[in-house]
Design a protein around this ligand. Structure first.
Ligand code: UGA
Length: 422
């Protein structure tokens, strides 16, 4: 199939490259000319394990351009993969969706052949049916379902393992407005053996939000239980093992600590809550999920102050800045919350992260960035904030460690050791 992908951010580029591995021909569209040049030279503008090598391998099937016309005229199906950031009040910001939809409409208006428009960006339930579809009809003067197709196909990609998640998914969700789009999406994913859920576009949107909000809630719930465990002097990971063996619960996403960050859980929980409030719906569970996550990183500071009541002038090390290992992404990273608190307390901060330091330097240029994790250990106390594998092999002998992610070697070796939930 010939596929146009609008937006070459994380979701767009990973999807485009993975569709290419299935034999499809991809045209990526972006307004950023630097990104276009990079993609056309086989360079990935973002860091994601395995992405660049696949991009190089399938170079002949992937072309990037700034022209919507070029991409849409020669394709059968267009995926909208632009960003849907949060507004200040937590609501979803549809500016990029609106711009992309209008551009796509302009192109399909001039196109002779039938074309399907599929939303892959995460949008709150109702957006495709009540905003994108009417906008496409208005701008084209055509009828959805008759003159062009509409679908919603959410992604379930975890940063760091996105290629693996795309190529070996747990499920594929195809939301469709019209039968022809249903058949097209089915054909597109015919090489996959996982369960296929075919549903309405609004149900597909809700599946995406409900999945992310549920996973965030699962972690927040475990963090609350973890706080009880700490109070009782027991280990939340032993409790997680005991719970996780129940097939109805499952062990995944029961790792307690200093909470969740990243580009999805914080944005999606806030967007669904804001949508619920606007619709006069109660969102008390999502409210509590967010509240627990906001306060969880502060537990590390409380434990630190148990040993250093005044942090003024103390050198505190932070191991890890990325929101999780194997990425350079710092969006809503719990480390940033910890840095902010420590600076309020006038502590001197030393930090190290294998990938994310350049991004944090832009926000906090005046803290000390170390070349190695060992240098950070030369502090009065160290907070472990990201579960990078290399932190598992450091020597913690004689150190004071506040562990937000549970590094067993630190637990065994440190002179003073405090786990957040264990
Ligand atoms: C998340 C979802 O897992 C994906 O399925 C989804 O497609 C994606 O959002 C998205 O909407 O695009 P991601 O944000 O890449 O993926 O990261 P996760 O691996 O889910 O981790 C999120 C946060 O939860 C991290 O800060 C991680 O440290 C934390 N976490 C995860 C825990 O604190 N405990 C756990 O047990 C698991």
């Amino acid at each position: 199939m010939n596929i146009a992908i609008i937006g070459t951010g994380y979701v767009g580029l990973v999807s485009g490259v993975c569709f290419a591995t299935q034999g499809h021909k991809i045209t990526c569209v972006d307004i950023d000319t630097q990104k276009i040049q990079q993609i056309n030279s086989g360079i990935s503008p973002i860091y994601e394990k395995g992405l660049e090598s696949l991009l190089k391998k399938h170079k002949n099937q992937i072309h990037a351009t700034t022209s919507y016309d070029e991409a849409i005229q020669q394709s059968d199906i267009t995926f909208i993969c632009v960003g849907t950031p949060s507004k200040k009040n937590g609501e979803i910001d549809l500016t990029y969706i609106d711009q992309a939809t209008k551009e796509i409409a302009r192109c399909i208006r001039d196109k002779k052949r039938w074309h399907a428009v599929i939303v892959k960006s995460t949008v709150v339930p109702g957006t495709t049916r009540d905003i994108i579809l009417p906008l496409l009809e208005e701008e084209t003067g055509c009828t959805a379902g008759k003159d062009f197709g509409v679908g919603m196909n959410p992604e379930f990609l975890k940063e760091g393992v996105a290629i693996q998640d795309f190529l070996n998914p747990d499920r594929i969700v195809n939301g469709y407005y019209d039968d022809r789009t249903q058949q097209l999406l089915k054909e597109l994913y015919k090489g996959f053996t996982c369960p296929l859920i075919e549903t309405s576009v609004t149900t597909a949107e809700m599946i995406k939000y409900a999945s992310n909000c549920y996973l965030a809630t699962k972690i927040s719930f475990m963090n609350e239980i973890g706080n009880f465990c700490k109070h009782l002097g027991i280990d939340a990971y032993d409790v997680a093992e005991g719970m996780g063996t129940d097939k109805r619960i499952g062990r995944a996403f029961l790792n307690s600590g200093i909470g969740w960050g990243g580009s999805c859980f914080p944005k999606d929980t806030q967007a669904l809550r804001a949508w619920a409030h606007k619709e006069n719906q109660s969102a008390s569970i999502i409210d509590s999920t967010i509240h627990t996550n906001d306060t969880q990183p502060l537990k590390a500071i409380t434990l630190l102050k148990k040993h250093f009541p005044t942090l003024n002038g103390k050198t505190i090390g932070i191991l890890g800045l990325a929101f999780k290992p194997d990425t350079d992404d710092i969006r809503d990273s719990r480390s940033l919350v910890i840095i902010k608190e420590l600076l309020k307390e006038k502590a001197d901060i030393k930090t190290y992260d294998p990938k994310a330091m350049p991004h944090v330097k832009n926000i906090y240029p005046n803290i000390t960035y170390c070349n190695t994790a060992e240098e950070v250990l030369d502090s009065e106390a160290v907070i472990i904030a990201t579960l990078w594998d290399e932190f598992n092999s450091l020597s913690y002998q004689g150190k004071t460690v506040i562990d937000g992610r549970r590094i067993q070697k630190a637990q065994q070796e440190a002179t003073i050791y405090e786990g957040v939930c264990w």
